[in-house]
Ligand binder design. Structure first.
Ligand SMILES: [Zn+2]
Length: 214
């Protein structure tokens, strides 16, 4: 933790605290009051997830997720979503779990998931998404389409973009980052495995052309 005295007034001293980690910088602006208490004026948190530079507000995101009762898969309830929910604990790599915890995402509450295809019997490809309060600061410099995902490992890839569409009302029109992922998911549901993607059989989700091969 590094601190910088940013200024002082009759009310006290404004001090910025920087917590500089390997990938994340957190800045806390506080006023040290004359009676030795302090008042937090603003918090800014920033993380670099190659190649995205993201500002995030974990407190606002946590508050929003508390208001969301169930994730997209449970809310939909179709067989594809049911299977995803059964397999959820095996899907997210530690890097993703760490990021979700840091930015305030409850990883059991995906905005939505969509079954894409069977890779081989027992293993399926899905896409899905989360949202959190924040902004991708360098979004203009980064190509972001259905082919531009970064692999976290051989089972899981993701991309980050500024959200354009309205999502759950719990987010109250705050600026949102849209995390979209593609994952290999085992088939654990008791029902027979779908060979076709859900998108081919008229699922309502809007996923068009994923050319990524995991
Ligand atoms: Zn579904």
């Amino acid at each position: 933790m590094v601190s910088t005295r940013a200024g002082s007034s009759k009310d006290g001293t404004i001090t910025a605290f920087f917590d500089i980690g390997t990938n994340a910088i957190r800045m806390l602006l506080a006023r040290i009051n004359r009676n030795h208490t302090y008042t937090i004026l603003s918090k800014q948190r920033r993380i670099f997830i190659h190649p995205w530079l993201i500002e995030y507000h974990d407190t606002a995101t946590r508050a929003a997720y508390k208001k969301i009762h169930t994730g997209g898969p449970e809310e939909c309830g179709c067989e594809h979503c049911h299977n995803f929910a059964l397999a959820r604990d095996r899907i997210y790599p530690p890097e993703a779990e760490n990021l979700f915890a840091m930015v305030g995402i409850d990883f059991k509450k995906e905005t939505e998931v969509v079954h894409l295809r069977m890779i081989k019997p027992g293993l399926h490809q899905y896409t899905g998404s989360f949202h959190f309060v924040g902004t991708v600061e360098n979004a203009r410099d980064i190509r972001c389409d259905s082919t531009s995902y970064m692999a976290v490992n051989s089972n899981f890839s993701w991309q980050f973009k500024n959200s354009q569409e309205p999502v759950h009302g719990a987010f109250h029109n705050q600026p949102l980052v849209h995390v979209e992922f593609i994952a290999k998911v085992p088939w654990l549901a008791a029902s027979s495995e779908p060979e076709q993607g859900a998108t081919d059989i008229g699922h309502s989700c809007d996923v068009s052309d994923y050319r990524i091969t995991l």
